[in-house]
Design a protein around this ligand. Structure first.
Ligand SMILES: [Zn+2]
Ligand SMILES: [Zn+2]
Length: 275
């Protein structure tokens, strides 16, 4: 197996995804507290100090909250855009290292390539990631207001895609959030709706893609069943019956293998945590 991943947290309580491949091990986002993050790594069988880097997508607390403290405690360097570095206050922390990365750039750790892709979101310099090892690749995109051309092109190359399916528009409109927050979420720099993800799934996936993980679901403005149904209907419309859809629970998933040539599947389907 060349690439596998495991969601450690998903949604507004905190996001983090562990990815292993090409002899390297990285974390994407660290939005949980450092102790909780370490506990979830240990329960995944991973020594926190063995991580090669923590890539931070943007400075919002649910993605960056635990990053600096975790990095300092376990001696793991952080990586992110300069905008994220400044906005998250990482420049003030005594980090064991900070690797600035820019959109369009690919950072390689041993044989794991991490490509950085700009995304439209209301943060300083937010990004998504495409990770490749051997012939298999994973696209990882949470927190974006719309499907930019650059991101769609990047995801089209992936064997597996983790993407946020944040809200159901009717639930958001009728829900308790103040209108200013609703406008922010609905706007082009907010979050993706179930319907937005549907458009990606209907026509934006590579023929090789066999797995989609829906992540960062809003507790208040979405139902797992609605997100899943929207995704499955979109795949049906696109004639993509071979693509499996899984939901990342707030507390994460089990290990998920991404196999080359599109043969992506849960390593242990029983471990794939559904709601
Ligand atoms: Zn978020
Ligand atoms: Zn955000």
């Amino acid at each position: 197996m060349s690439l596998r991943f495991r969601v450690l947290g998903s949604g507004s309580d905190g996001n983090a995804t562990l990815v292993e491949g090409g002899g390297a091990r990285v974390l994407l986002d660290a939005g949980l507290g450092p102790r909780q993050l370490a506990e979830r790594l240990v329960s995944a069988g991973v020594d926190p100090s063995s991580l090669d880097a923590v890539f931070v997508s943007h400075e919002h607390g649910d993605h960056a909250r635990g990053a600096a403290a975790f990095a300092v405690k376990w001696g793991v360097p952080l990586a992110g855009t300069r905008g994220t570095l400044l906005a998250a206050g990482f420049a003030k922390a005594k980090l064991p290292g900070f690797e600035p990365v820019a959109p369009g750039e690919t950072r390689t750790i041993r044989r794991l390539a991490v490509r950085v892709v700009a995304v439209p979101h209301d943060a300083a310099a937010p990004v998504a990631f495409v990770l490749s090892a051997g012939a298999s690749s994973l696209g990882h995109a949470t927190d974006l207001g719309h499907l930019s051309r650059g991101l769609v092109a990047a995801l089209r190359a992936c064997d597996a895609v983790l993407v946020e399916s944040n809200y159901d528009p009717a639930m958001l409109r009728d829900g308790p959030y103040p209108w200013s927050l609703k406008e922010r979420i609905l706007g082009p720099l907010g979050h993706l709706s179930n319907g937005d993800v549907g458009r990606l799934l209907e026509s934006g996936l590579s023929d090789a893609c066999r797995l989609v993980v829906l992540a960062h679901l809003s507790r208040r403005n979405n139902h797992p069943e609605l997100a899943l149904q929207a995704a499955e209907e979109a795949l049906e419309r696109g004639g993509r019956r071979g693509v499996r859809v899984a939901l990342a629970a707030p507390e994460g998933t089990g290990w998920i293998a991404v196999r080359a040539s599109g043969a992506a599947a849960g390593q242990d389907e029983g471990q794939l945590r559904l709601f």
